[in-house]
Design a protein around this ligand. Structure first.
Ligand code: CP
Ligand code: NVA
Length: 307
């Protein structure tokens, strides 16, 4: 049984197939076609952290496909009320698919060993694969025929979102650069390994913002303090002060470079209002694409994407 905890779980071709499925079902929805491919199916949404986009887009796509979704919060006691070897087989025996948003990626890795249905990572401390699929779908829509030449520059923390972005760019042969302060960067070996796999693209890391954004078509950032890191917030505000995406930074970027952010954003911290609210910002299209990208992923994972 396949699970998607990280993009490492998919081959390069499988990543492409998910994006293709996302595009296809997005077009079909726009044409008013809502194939009932999940009729009689139940999708569980087990969330240990807050969410707007991930939760609602999964609920909505399930409903569009004729299935039922079941939101499960803290009260079910994931990893707390009973051992995973009891919790997981019982929960997943009721379901056709389980989406987990968890504090600990390591715990999700343990949990899937006991799963009776496919599991999708809806964000952990390590990875956010669903976000990355929506992001490349958005880049593809914006760049059209030039998609294969796209360069995404990420400015900020080498966090869960950056990790999945680096992976998807390497897997699709795109160019990815990250500017992060020392102490908040990826392991060098991770970057070198991805760079080797990146085909016509590359994966690079620096602490120099101008270097990272040079020639980029997309400038991406995420919060400096992720969920669960609140105690480090004061220190992070200081450490990331030179990494804000503002008008000055956007002026250094290519004229047609667009701004992306996974959201939620903190205006005045990692990005200014003048950038995120400008006509160079694609955040609404990007967030909307969460639904289409995850629909592609779910249908691919359940073997229904060819219908
Ligand atoms: N980007 C994202 O995953 O948003 P939510 O935390 O609102 O789900
Ligand atoms: N890096 C952020 C992403 C939120 C969607 C976090 O983990 O809180």
């Amino acid at each position: 049984m396949r699970h998607v905890l990280s993009l490492m779980d998919l081959t390069n071709d499988e990543c492409r197939d998910v994006v293709t499925a996302a595009e296809k079902f997005k077009q079909r929805l726009a044409a008013g076609d809502r194939p009932q491919l999940l009729a009689g199916h139940t999708v569980g949404l087990l969330f240990e952290k807050p969410s707007l986009r991930t939760r609602v887009s999964f609920e909505s796509l399930t409903s569009q496909l004729g299935g039922n979704s079941l939101f499960l919060g803290e009260d079910v006691g994931f990893g707390k009320r009973e051992p995973l070897c009891d919790f997981m087989p019982i929960l997943t025996s009721y379901l056709d698919l389980l989406v987990i948003r968890a504090k600990s990626h390591a715990m999700v890795e343990q949990a899937v060993d006991f799963s009776q249905c496919p599991v999708v990572n809806g964000l952990t401390d390590v990875a956010h694969p669903c976000q990355a699929f929506a992001d490349v779908l958005t880049m593809k829509e914006i760049s059209g025929d030039n998609f294969g030449d796209c360069h995404l520059a990420y400015v900020g923390d080498a966090n869960n979102v950056a990790y999945s972005l680096a992976l998807i760019c390497a897997k699709l042969g795109l160019k990815f650069s990250i500017a992060a302060p020392q102490g908040y960067q990826f392991e060098d070996a991770f970057v070198a390994g991805l760079d080797e796999q990146a085909g016509g693209g590359f994966v690079r890391q620096t602490d120099n913002v101008s270097q990272a954004i040079d020639g980029a078509n997309f400038i991406y950032t995420d919060v400096w303090t992720s969920m669960g890191q609140e105690a480090e917030s004061k220190q992070r505000l200081k450490d990331f002060a030179d990494y804000q995406v503002n008008d000055g930074l956007m002026k250094l970027a290519a004229d047609n470079a667009m701004f992306l952010h996974c959201l939620p954003a903190r205006r005045g911290e990692e990005v200014t209002a003048e950038v995120i609210d400008s006509d160079r910002s694609a955040i609404v299209q990007q967030a909307n694409n969460r639904l289409h990208a995850q629909k592609g992923l779910v249908l691919w994972l359940l073997g229904l994407a060819q219908r």
